[in-house]
Design a protein around this ligand. Structure first.
Ligand SMILES: *Cc1c(COP(=O)(O)O)cnc(C)c1O
Length: 662
């Protein structure tokens, strides 16, 4: 397999071609390509030839004027088309084991009226080597270049320092400090250092300097030329340690379960595995990544905030990120919900909601109201209180009986979302409420869609009846919208389907667009008031409460969501999933097919072999799915295109229909 690197510089005359020629001299099966040469001579190509007389080298575009490529091209009434040029480069790169591609000037040098070298590098997606001319001012040029490369999502392989100026040799205090500071702020690898070589500065003696240059770049060249293997040892070491020592969700001890796939990066709607596979994401990383991955708006928010303040304790202190986010959130939440408690994960948001309910009744003099009514098939998180209100059968109750507080359970809402509602489906709930209300504080439920407990979509009128029962029997109503919030079901919050709003709402997952963990419990003024009766406090206070990084990203994520046409995106995903999955209805072993918003579910008669199905989807269809139990489901980022979404549903259809993996 062949490899290619893009060699760019922090500016003109920093020694890109010298570094390129020096690397090439160490690579017997390498080639160097100058992308655009301006000026009369094929200067760089000649330089490579001088350093490595027997070696292949090429210039792809040549313009006579000694100017920036866009200008030199336009003087000859030509224009550089970066798509065509990128195609050419890809083809050329296949002809050698290692290809070094040299740019012109710095990374923002214009190539055409509309594109810079950076755009071209993004189109090519090759790893980048930044050559830094180590002189006064290098820090600024290097860090700005690295920042731009990182923002563009390019992989920086490492840095090469050159010393073109006799005034700043490698031992000069400025040069030494430059290297330290650049390393510190960028955390990039230093691949090599070429000291000041006097002979390089004039043509007559340059010929004799190449062996010296090459010697300084030998190690760098070896690293770059290392053949890509199917199995690369560094990745294997990561996987080995992971297998041996790192626990994953709901798994036996490390090393006892299935190996986990090593992810190299995520971008857009894709997950890139270290082994080179690129998977279309059908999971949004468990409801979170609604905008896809690596959105510059979110990364920028995080970067800006990290420079001002990553975290500060919330006890006795406050900050704009937490307040601004609260303001923004209250504008979209149902009216009445207005007192916000920030926490660091969904499960903890549920714990806080349960405590709020208990403390609410304490405040009103009902200290016996300490139990919860919940529904079979629900999922509310993995901490103790949250687990206690999760489904008692498929959940973890039997495993922790005696340890988990016992709650009151009623059947899941029986009427499907699209069927005509039946009042009788509320009977069991009404009976339980009547019987237990004196010992119960609240009813907790995931509105409209029960997620991890069974991906069940039920009729919103159930919530109307539920709210009425809560009112009648003095029970608070808690909605766990950790999964359904922020547009997933087609409404901003699932509570909007019913118009029966809760006393307390739990939010999480998509709140930060999948960037970083943040959750919240928000209650009404009435609940807050009862809690605070007689000077009482809500007894919770996580260390990372209101984390500014998380709040800033959440603000950016909400802004992004609200400026997008998320409702239309979700509608069109629903449409594509309905069309794509309808065929599964009549297939063998299928119990039910249901779609709501950006959630598509195929429920099978029996549990599926999760690991084989996951593998089949990745290897046969290049998509990422993680079914559980008897449920094969997709919930893509809202940013999937119609074609991508169709790919997801057709893969599910094929998987269910052919069962090659079973
Ligand atoms: C995921 C989830 C939780 C738990 O959130 P974590 O952040 O994983 O603790 C709680 N409730 C619902 C409905 C969820 O989907």
């Amino acid at each position: 397999m062949s490899k290619a690197y893009f060699i760019c510089g922090t500016g003109t005359d920093v020694g890109k071609s010298v570094a390129c020629a020096g690397l090439l001299k160490n690579m017997p099966s390498g080639q160097a390509i100058k992308i655009v040469q301006t000026g009369e001579e094929l200067f760089d190509q000649n330089l490579y030839a001088e350093a490595c007389p027997q070696r292949q080298s090429k210039t792809l575009r040549h313009f006579m004027a000694p100017a920036s490529p866009h200008l030199a091209a336009s003087m000859e009434k030509q224009a550089i088309d970066i798509i065509a040029l990128a195609q050419e480069v890809h083809t050329e790169a296949l002809t050698a084991e290692v290809t070094l591609l040299e740019g012109s000037g710095g990374i923002m040098t214009p190539l055409s009226e509309t594109d810079t070298f950076l755009d071209f590098m993004v189109a090519l997606e090759y790893p980048v080597i930044l050559v830094i001319g180590n002189v006064l001012g290098a820090i600024n040029h290097a860090l700005l270049s690295l920042d731009a490369l990182q923002r563009a999502g390019l992989n920086v392989e490492g840095l090469i320092f050159t010393h073109p100026d006799a005034g700043y040799t490698e031992n000069h205090p400025v040069s030494i400090d430059n290297m330290e500071i650049i390393k510190k702020y960028s955390q990039a690898d230093i691949l090599g250092v070429v000291p000041h070589i006097h002979e390089l500065s004039w043509e007559g003696s340059r010929k004799d300097a190449w062996s010296a240059v090459a010697a300084f770049l030998k190690e760098a060249a070896n690293r770059l030329a290392e053949p890509c293997r199917e199995s690369d040892p560094a990745s294997e070491a990561v996987s080995d340690f992971d297998q041996e020592h790192v626990w994953h969700p709901y798994c036996p001890a490390p090393g006892m379960g299935e190996p986990n796939w090593l992810v190299a990066k995520t971008a857009g709607n894709y997950i890139y595995l270290k082994n080179g596979r690129k998977l279309l994401d059908g999971m949004s990383s468990w409801w979170c990544a609604v905008h896809g991955y690596g959105r510059p708006e979110l990364t920028a928010a995080l970067n800006m905030q990290v420079r001002a303040m990553s975290h500060v304790m919330f006890g006795g202190l406050t900050h704009e990120p937490a307040v601004d986010l609260g303001r923004r959130l209250l504008k979209i939440l149902p009216p009445g919900l207005e007192k916000i408690f920030w926490v660091d994960s969904g499960s903890v948001a549920v714990e806080v909601a349960l405590k709020m309910a208990v403390q609410h009744w304490q405040g009103r003099g009902f200290s016996r109201k300490i139990k919860m009514i919940s529904h079979y098939g629900g999922y509310h998180g993995d901490t103790l209180g949250a687990m206690s209100v999760g489904d008692p059968v498929n959940g973890m109750h039997s495993r922790f009986s005696g340890f988990v507080p016992e709650q009151i359970f009623v059947p899941r809402p029986a009427v499907p979302f699209h069927a005509p509602f039946d009042e009788n489906s509320l009977t069991a709930l009404a009976e339980a409420a009547e019987k237990h209300h004196q010992e119960c504080a609240a009813v907790i439920i995931e509105p409209v869609v029960q997620g991890a407990g069974g991906m069940w979509m039920y009729h919103p009128d159930y919530l109307k009846g539920l709210k009425e029962i809560c009112r009648r029997y003095d029970l608070l109503l808690i909605y766990d919208e950790i999964a359904t919030g922020f547009g997933r079901t087609g409404k901003m919050f699932a509570t909007e389907w019913a118009g029966a709003d809760p006393d307390i709402i739990c939010l999480g997952k998509a709140l930060t667009g999948g960037t970083i963990t943040l959750a919240a419990s928000v209650c009404t003024a009435h609940v807050a008031e009862s809690i605070s009766k007689d000077g009482n406090s809500l007894m919770h206070g996580p260390t990372f409460m209101g984390n500014p990084l998380a709040c800033r990203v959440a603000l950016a994520s909400l802004a992004l969501l609200q400026s997008s046409d998320w409702a239309e995106q979700v509608r069109s995903i629903q449409h594509t999933l309905e069309e794509g999955l309808v065929g599964c209805r009549n297939m063998a072993e299928v119990r039910d097919v249901r779609v709501l918003g950006a959630i598509g579910v195929v429920e099978m008669n029996r549990p599926v072999n999760v690991s084989r199905l996951r593998k089949y989807c990745a290897e046969k269809h290049d998509i990422w799915l993680r079914p559980f139990n008897n449920l094969i489901y997709v919930m893509p980022p809202y940013t999937v295109t119609a074609d991508e979404c169709a790919r997801l549903s057709s893969a599910v259809s094929l998987a269910v229909g052919r069962r090659e993996w079973a």
